[in-house]
Design a binder for this molecule. Structure first.
Ligand code: SAH
Length: 207
C-alpha cells in the first residue's frame, strides 16, 4: 500500500510513510471489508460514512508538517484511523465526531489499541474545541461549504489547517494562519462526505 499508492504519488515524508506502514487499517473497518482494507479507495464504516483512501490520509498528514510536539484538532473522527495515523507524529490529538455511535466506537478502539494521546469527543466540529484551543494544526475530514470560523479562530499563529471545501466539487485546501491574514493554497480536487450541522442529522444521533 505504502509503495504503490502513497510513495508513488509523491508523499515523501519518511515519518508519515512509517506511520502509514505501522497503523493497522484493517482494525478500523467493518469485518466484512477486511480483505479490502489496504486497497486504493475509501471504504464504508457505517452510518453512511467512509474512511478515506490511504493516499488521502497520508497526503493530509504530510501537509500538516508535524514535528512531534504539536496539539492537533481533527474534525470527523469516523473510524479513528486518521487519528491513529497522527498519534505517533504529534503530542496530543483531539478529535470530534458528530455521530454518537462512531465517536464511542472510535474512542474505545483507540484506547484498546493504546493510542493514549488521542481524545475523542461526541460533538459538533463547527464549534471546534475551545477548552483545548489554540491548536498548532487542524485537520478536517468532512467537507464544509465554507471554512468554519471557529476553526480558524482556534488555530495558532503559524498554524496549519488542511480541509476539503465545497459541496459536490470540493478542493483540498491548506491554510496557514499568519499575524496579518491567512495564506491559502489549493492542493487537489477531492470527494469527502459533507460536514453537517447538528440540525441536519437525525435528532437521536445529534449532540
Ligand atoms: N477521519 C475518519 C473519516 C471521516 S468521514 C477516519 O479516519 O475514519 C467524516 C466524518 O465526519 C464522519 O464520521 C461524519 O459523521 C463526521 N462529521 C460530519 N459532520 C461533522 C461535524 N459537524 N462535526 C464532527 N464530525 C462531523
Amino acid at each position: 500500500m505504502v509503495t504503490r499508492q502513497i510513495y508513488s504519488r509523491g508523499v515523501r515524508d519518511s515519518l508519515v510513510l512509517r506511520t502509514m506502514k505501522a497503523t493497522p487499517r484493517h482494525l478500523f473497518i467493518p469485518e466484512y471489508l477486511k480483505r479490502s482494507a489496504y486497497s486504493d479507495r475509501p471504504l464504508p464504516i457505517g452510518e453512511g460514512q467512509t474512511i478515506s483512501q490511504p493516499y488521502i490520509v497520508a497526503l493530509m498528514t504530510e501537509l500538516l508538517h508535524l514535528a512531534g510536539d504539536e496539539k492537533v484538532l481533527e474534525i470527523g473522527t469516523g473510524s479513528g484511523y486518521q487519528a491513529a495515523v497522527l498519534s505517533p507524529l504529534a503530542k496530543e490529538i483531539y478529535t470530534i465526531e458528530i455521530v454518537r455511535s462512531l465517536a464511542e466506537g472510535a474512542g474505545e478502539l483507540l484506547k484498546t489499541l493504546g493510542y493514549d494521546n488521542v481524545t475523542v469527543k461526541w460533538g459538533d466540529g463547527y464549534e471546534g474545541w475551545v477548552e483545548h484551543a489554540p491548536f498548532d494544526c487542524v485537520i478536517v475530514t468532512a467537507a464544509p461549504v465554507q471554512v468554519p470560523k471557529a476553526l480558524i479562530e482556534q488555530l495558532k499563529i503559524g498554524g496549519r489547517m488542511v480541509i476539503p471545501v465545497g459541496s459536490f466539487y470540493q478542493e483540498l485546501k491548506l491554510f496557514i494562519k499568519e499575524k496579518d491574514g491567512i495564506e491559502e493554497e489549493s492542493i487537489i480536487p477531492v470527494r469527502f462526505v459533507p460536514m453537517v450541522h447538528p440540525t441536519q442529522s437525525i435528532p437521536s444521533s445529534s449532540p
